[in-house]
Design a protein around this ligand. Structure first.
Ligand code: ADP
Ligand code: MG
Length: 224
């Protein structure tokens, strides 16, 4: 089954002048696939990921996630869908610095409101353990190292068990040892948890070890 189906995707920015940044992008991703998106700076990778993550709703074409069309949905619908189905990891983590690691990880699940707090807490602790930052659970996020913060951000992205996890340069801010660990975790997710992973990266090692690479140039997919 395809978790993601993109067809005829066009994106225009109008400031400072009208500029077509994505030009007829189309591809499909199966459940459990680990896909790396690479390409030169300015080729449209971040723009594409923002559309796929439903954070940008201004596009032409079709984006289907888990069989649901993203085009034409209200912001409210998209926010709920995103929280439940999509995990997103940024280059900079955007943790809430005054909250503890555990609270940061629990937040999207509290928002979803499907499970009681103790169950969410157990799940959050399991994820912190998986990411090897269990001992940091009670610490405020501001006090952690960059590598630890990024792991907390990944745990947060996974708390609602999303079917698809997206990352925009998730290791771009880490040293090579931490990058390798974080990469390994993504790989494990795809393999063992059958979660689909879609990551934009400049890291050649990272891209080589993915199941598939999508190469972008000038707003188009060259290989996928
Ligand atoms: P990448 O992530 O591959 O480096 P981006 O998706 O960030 O590329 O950018 C693709 C193109 O879109 C670039 O030419 C960039 O200048 C342009 N662009 C990105 N964001 C905006 C915006 N908010 N307004 C206008 N142009 C933008
Ligand atoms: Mg980018």
């Amino acid at each position: 089954m395809n978790v993601l189906e993109v067809a005829n995707l066009n994106k225009y920015f109008t400031e400072p002048v009208r500029n077509q940044v994505l030009k007829g992008v189309g591809f499909q991703v199966e459940a459990g696939e680990f896909v790396a998106i690479t390409g030169k700076s300015g080729s449209g990778k971040s723009t594409l990921l923002y559309l796929l993550s439903t954070m940008d709703t201004d596009f032409e074409g079709s984006i289907m996630i888990n069989g649901e069309q993203m085009k034409g949905k209200t912001n409210r619908w998209l926010a709920a869908f995103r929280n439940q189905h999509i995990g997103f990891v940024f280059q900079f983590h955007y943790l809430l610095p005054e909250f503890t690691s555990l609270e940061n990880v629990m937040l999207p699940a509290r928002k979803l409101g499907l499970y009681p707090k103790d169950q969410i807490e157990q799940r959050a602790m399991d994820l912190l353990k998986l990411l090897d930052v269990e001992s940091q659970a009670a610490k405020r996020a501001a006090l952690l190292s960059g590598g630890q913060q990024q792991r907390i951000a990944i745990a947060r992205a996974l708390i609602n068990d999303p079917s698809i996890v997206m990352g925009d340069e998730p290791t771009g801010n880490l040293d090579s040892a931490n990058s390798a660990t974080v990469f390994g975790l993504f790989k494990e997710l795809a393999k063992e948890r059958q979660q689909t992973v879609l990551v934009v990266t400049h890291d050649e090692d990272f891209a080589r070890r993915a199941d598939r690479r999508i190469y972008m140039a000038d707003g188009q997919i060259m290989e996928g």
